[in-house]
Design a binder for this molecule. Structure first.
Ligand SMILES: Cc1cc2nc3c(=O)[nH]c(=O)nc-3n(C[C@H](O)[C@H](O)[C@H](O)COP(=O)(O)OP(=O)(O)OC[C@H]3O[C@@H](n4cnc5c(N)ncnc54)[C@H](O)[C@@H]3O)c2cc1C
Length: 380
C-alpha cells in the first residue's frame, strides 16, 4: 500500500456499546481498525421497548451488515397515519425513501433484537469488548490518547470516542460542559399484542394528553406510547405497570383504545421524562470526540434519534479509514454531520413545543414531520 493510502487510524477506544458505539465498533473493525469497546453494563445484548427505525437508520444498519437479520424480525411499512383522539383519520403521509428505493421507508423493531444482533456481530468482528468497565482518565498527547480504564489498565489509541449516551461522562472529561435538559413532556411506553388491523405507525392528536400512538414492531407485537406532561419523578422507571397506563390513557379510541384495554394490569410499562441535548460544533477536543446521544439527543417525536446515532457511526468510520489524517477528519466530520443533526434536533424541539401548546398559531406537526423526513432523503 502506498504511503498516501496507509490508514492513519489503527486503534480506537470506543466508550459505550449502545447503537452508536456498537455500530461504530463494527464498522471500524470491518475496515481493519483495532477496536477496544468498554461498557459499564455486564452484557451488550438487550431487552427493552420497541423502536421506530426510519429508512436512513436501516441504511446505516445495512452498511454494517445487520439489516437482513433485523428485517427477519421487524415490521416494515412506508406510511404514517395521523388520527383524531377517537380514531378518525386526519391524514396519511407516505414516508419518503430515506434509505434509498430498495429499503422500506420505516420499520418497527424490538430494541433488544438490535442490541443482540449488534453484540453478536461486534464479537464476531473481533472487537475487544470489556464489560463492567469505563474510562477513568483521559490524557491527550496530540498524536495519540492514553485512557486509564476502571480495570486498572491503560490504552493508548489514535482516537477515543465517547458513545456513552445522553449522560456521557466522556463529554465532561474532555471539557464539554453542555448538559441535557427536560423538554417538558414525559412518555409512557409499553409492548403489547399487535391488533391485526395495525399496519403502520399511527399518531392520535387532540385527546386529553399531548399525543398517543403506536408502531407495529413484529407480526405479533406493537409498541404503544402516550405523551403527557412531566409527572412526579416517582413515576419514572419501569414501576408503574399497565393499570396506571390504562387509567392515564383514557379518552383515546380506535386501535389505541383497543391496545390500552388489552393491557394486563401488571404489564411492564416505562415512564420517563423526555430530555434533549445539543452540543455545539465541534464535538471533538484534539483526539477525543463524542457522538450519538452523547453529543445530540432529540425528543423522539420524529423517530430520528437512533438514526442520527447510527449515521454518525457509519460516517465517522468511513471518514477515519479514508486515509486522511485524524486532525483533518474530525473537522470534516463536523462539517458533514452538524447541519443535518441540528436540523433534526431543532425540528424535533419545535414539534415538542407545538404538541405541548397545540393552540400556537401556525402549529402544524404533520408539515414539520414531513419536511424533516423529506430533507433526510439526501444521503448522510
Ligand atoms: C423515549 C424514547 C424513545 C425513542 N424512540 C426512538 C425511535 O423510535 N426511533 C429512533 O430512531 N430513536 C428513538 N429514540 C432515540 C434513541 O433511542 C437514542 O438516540 C439511541 O438509542 C442512543 O444510542 P447511544 O448508543 O448514543 O446511547 P445509549 O443507548 O444511551 O448507549 C450508551 C451506552 O454507553 C454505556 N455507558 C454509559 N455511560 C458509560 C460510561 N461512563 N462508561 C462506559 N459505558 C457507559 C451504556 O451502558 C450504554 O450501553 C428514543 C429515545 C427515547 C428516550
Amino acid at each position: 500500500m502506498a504511503e498516501s493510502q496507509t490508514p492513519r487510524v489503527e486503534r480506537v477506544l470506543v466508550v459505550g456499546g449502545g447503537i452508536t458505539g456498537g455500530v461504530l465498533s463494527l464498522a471500524l473493525a470491518q475496515r481493519g481498525v483495532e477496536v477496544v469497546l468498554v461498557d459499564l453494563r455486564s452484557e451488550l445484548g438487550g431487552v427493552g421497548h420497541g423502536i421506530t427505525l426510519q429508512g436512513n437508520a436501516l441504511k446505516a444498519f445495512r452498511a454494517v451488515g445487520i439489516y437482513d437479520q433485523l428485517a427477519e424480525h421487524g415490521f416494515p411499512f412506508s406510511h404514517l397515519r395521523l388520527k383524531t383522539a377517537d380514531g378518525n383519520v386526519i391524514a396519511e403521509i407516505p414516508t419518503p425513501p430515506m434509505g434509498g428505493p430498495d429499503l422500506p421507508g420505516t420499520m418497527g423493531a424490538v430494541r433488544g433484537d438490535i442490541a443482540d444482533i449488534l453484540a453478536d456481530e461486534v464479537e464476531k468482528a473481533g472487537v475487544d469488548v470489556r464489560l463492567r468497565t469505563t474510562v477513568t482518565a483521559i490524557e491527550d498527547h496530540g498524536d495519540a490518547v492514553t485512557a486509564t480504564l476502571s480495570d486498572g489498565t491503560t490504552e493508548t489509541v489514535d482516537l477515543l470516542v465517547g458513545a456513552d449516551g445522553i449522560r456521557s461522562q466522556v463529554r465532561s472529561m474532555i471539557g464539554i460542559d453542555t448538559q441535557p435538559h427536560p423538554v417538558g413532556m414525559g412518555i409512557w411506553r409499553t409492548v403489547a399484542k399487535r391488533p391485526a388491523g395495525m399496519d403502520c405507525s399511527e399518531l392520535y392528536y387532540g385527546g386529553p394528553k399531548y399525543k398517543a400512538g403506536y408502531t407495529p414492531i413484529s407480526e405479533d407485537l406493537c409498541y404503544a406510547f402516550l405523551l403527557e406532561e412531566n409527572l412526579d419523578r416517582s413515576f419514572v422507571g419501569e414501576g408503574p405497570h399497565g393499570a396506571v397506563l390504562k387509567e392515564r390513557g383514557q379518552g383515546y379510541g380506535g386501535l389505541w383504545g383497543e391496545v390500552r384495554d388489552s393491557l394486563a394490569d401488571d404489564a411492564i410499562v416505562n415512564y420517563q421524562w423526555i430530555e434533549a441535548i445539543c452540543v455545539d460544533s465541534p464535538w471533538h477536543r484534539v483526539r477525543s470526540i463524542v457522538i450519538g446521544d452523547a453529543a445530540h439527543a432529540c425528543p423522539p417525536l420524529i423517530a430520528q434519534g437512533a438514526a442520527m446515532c447510527a449515521e454518525d457511526a457509519v460516517v465517522l468510520a468511513e471518514m477515519l479509514t479514508s486515509g486522511d489524517k485524524v486532525e483533518d477528519v474530525l473537522p470534516a466530520f463536523m462539517e458533514r454531520r452538524y447541519p443535518r443533526v441540528k436540523m433534526v434536533l431543532d425540528n424535533s424541539l419545535q414539534l415538542a413545543e407545538w404538541e405541548i401548546h397545540p393552540e400556537t398559531p401556525g402549529a402544524d406537526p404533520g408539515r414539520i414531520m414531513g419536511q424533516t423526513l423529506h430533507a433526510l432523503v439526501a444521503p448522510a
